[in-house]
Design a protein. Structure first.
Length: 369
């Protein structure tokens, strides 16, 4: 009797993927890009260490689907970043992969042609090229880590990483985060609870050994050192926001109980704005008011923003796509983005001076006997 097949029963094929080294060779790191990445990471680490009193703002499209429009946005953001750099560090949101609740477009890497052809090798190379161009502008980059393979292809061009609400509880993502070279923001669970994210921060800070790939695409045991720059991202959940003063105070208490630094980033989108982009400025205004009132735990903010407001479905005729309008979650437009960031910048002068003075006093205080 012939042995029955027991594996790959639901697999229709295996398409070879170029190795990370091959993609790096096709789109090599440049000196300009490397300088931006190293400076961006060091700046974010200094903010998390309280050596830099500024706030960072991760701002940009919900997802990149049109590199031309994305670079148009990046150039505008770079100009704004330079104008507010004394109080705010702007980091461009460059998301290429999208988690889906059921089905839908999974992002630029998975389907760069937006037509279900799934040219993933092409998407990976174009994504790397886009990241290199943005960093060559002098703009730090942020993205979400959805799988354990993509970091070997792209993360030398990334300054800040998000782990989403659906994956903060994943052991795979905690292990991967322990080896990433960027600070990592873990979002609270979709129910709004912060314990999942706090456990993720604690886990990612420890060394791990796990399966992954190396630069040549060879399956390897990856041994990480642990990432000391994990922090909490509040994005709301359970049909309620959690950026208010009470929620922030409770998050501070939970972090303190876990003996973690009280570093909190507020996501102005998602459940914190009930997925209504027009409410994002109100969320940001409230958070800036908390900082102005003396809050020291809010170190960053996240905003979903593109050239045009709202979103659009991906049409069969791609020539009918609206330029600079999201094809995933709805965003605020560029004029609104610029206004809310400039308003935050104007409000933060005295509060950040106060933060800086407190840091200097704390650093100068002699250790207790």
């Amino acid at each position: 009797m012939a042995l029955q097949k027991t594996e790959n029963l639901n697999i229709s094929g295996f398409d070879p993927m170029p190795s990370p080294r091959a993609i790096h060779d096709a789109v090599p790191m440049s000196d300009q890009a490397a300088a931006t990445v190293l400076t961006g990471r060091a700046t974010l680490q200094a903010i998390l260490d309280r050596r830099d009193p500024r706030l960072f703002v991760v701002v940009g499209p919900c997802s990149i689907h049109d590199p031309e429009a994305g670079l148009d946005y990046a150039r505008r953001l770079k100009s704004l970043a330079d104008a507010v750099a004394d109080r705010l560090v702007l980091v461009m949101r460059v998301y290429f992969q999208k988690p889906r609740t059921t089905t839908g477009w999974k992002g630029f890497i998975n389907d760069p042609n937006l037509n279900d052809t799934f040219c993933i090798a092409e998407g990976m190379e174009q994504a790397r090229r886009f990241l290199r161009t943005v960093t060559e502008l002098g703009l730090p980059t942020a993205t979400e880590a959805l799988d354990s393979i993509a970091p070997q292809y792209l993360w030398d061009l990334v300054c800040w990483t998000a782990i989403g609400a659906r994956t903060s509880e994943s052991q795979t993502h905690r292990e991967m985060s322990s080896g990433l070279s960027t600070p990592v923001g873990f979002k609270n669970g979709t129910d709004g609870a912060v314990e999942i994210a706090i456990n993720a921060i604690l886990s990612a800070a420890q060394p791990h050994s796990f399966l992954g790939i190396n630069a040549d695409g060879v399956t390897s045991v990856v041994r990480s050192r642990g990432n000391p720059y994990g922090h909490l991202v509040l994005r709301g959940g359970g049909n309620r926001p959690n950026y208010d003063t009470v929620s922030v105070a409770m998050a501070e208490e939970a972090l303190n109980k876990a003996t973690l630094p009280a570093n909190i980033v507020i996501d102005c989108s998602h459940a914190n704005s009930f997925k209504r982009p027009e409410l994002q400025p109100l969320v940001m205004h409230d958070c800036i008011n908390q900082v102005c009132g003396g809050n020291r735990s809010i170190v960053g903010l996240m905003v979903e923003s593109f050239l045009e407001a709202g979103n659009q479905p991906i049409p069969a005729d791609l020539t009918s796509l609206r330029y600079g309008c999201s094809v995933t979650d709805a965003c605020i437009d560029w004029p609104t983005t610029e206004r809310m960031i400039r308003d935050a910048h104007a409000a933060l002068s005295e509060p950040l001076l106060s933060r800086r003075a407190r840091e200097v006093r704390t650093a100068a205080r002699p250790p207790e006997a």
